[in-house]
Design a protein around this ligand. Sequence first.
Ligand code: ZN
Length: 107
Amino acid sequence: MNDVITKTKLKKDDLVQVISGREKGKQGKIVKIDREKGRAIVQGVNMVKKTMKKRSQNDRGGIMEIEAPVRLCNMMIVCKKCGPTRLGYKIEGDAKKRVCRKCGEAL
Ligand SMILES: [Zn+2]
């Protein structure tokens, strides 16, 4: 185990595409990032069924589908022009902007 926090340029609300594994090709928005584990929850991606327990007599319980975390190294940001791409940085004055490495569009 190491406690190196995964360096990622991705952040919450980014549109990403899964680039490997069972969910390859799926796109969604990042709902939550766990940098320590190097994973993120992506909306509508990597759904797993979870059995809900009955909490009261009126509650029927049942099966719910929730998103399981996807490894950050298995996803790429999606540029509106180029599709899945790598992120770069552009310095503008004092601001550091995230840009698409292919077309330079701000992301
Ligand atoms: Zn681009």
